[in-house]
Design a protein around this ligand. Structure first.
Ligand code: HEM
Length: 116
């Protein structure tokens, strides 16, 4: 495993997670005219997360199937959808904030605890 690539992938993966979370929370309260820009940033970050995540999975685990990874992918899917939903369903902002926090914390717990 190339340590430079490994470090770069880990940093990009976590940086993209931070950008996705930031844009998602902004979407909960942002004015409607920001929709396009926010969705472009959130979508880009989401794609970077998936690509770096898959490459990490290959590099660190040789694509070995794992329950924690499936949970992470479900969390990623949910988080990636939230910004788009937030612009259409303003009245749900409060509950979506909780959903976003729970999904993000679950994904982070999975990668560090790897319970299954
Ligand atoms: C909500 C979405 C996600 C969050 C918040 C998240 C967060 C993280 C964090 C914090 C790390 C640890 C980085 C480190 O220790 O340096 C990590 C590593 C990793 N993530 Fe994600 N991730 C998410 C989605 C994904 C997805 C969709 C995949 C796979 C397709 C994935 C695959 C991995 C892999 C394979 C690692 C390396 C684990 C290791 O080195 O032990 N992640 N992720």
């Amino acid at each position: 495993m190339n340590p430079y690539e490994s470090n770069l992938l880990h940093v990009l993966h976590v940086a993209a997670a931070l950008v996705l979370m930031g844009q998602t929370f902004y979407a909960f309260a942002a004015p409607p005219e920001t929709r396009r820009k926010v969705l472009i940033w959130a979508g880009g970050a989401s794609l970077v997360m998936l690509l770096t995540g898959v490459r990490l999975w290959q590099m660190v685990f040789g694509f070995a199937p794992a329950g924690w990874l499936i949970v992470k992918i479900v969390c990623w899917l949910g988080l990636s959808a939230l910004a788009g939903i937030a612009y259409r369903r303003r009245e749900l902002a409060g509950v979506l904030t909780w959903v976003a926090m729970i999904l993000a914390v679950t994904a982070v717990a999975m990668v560090y605890v790897k319970p299954f």
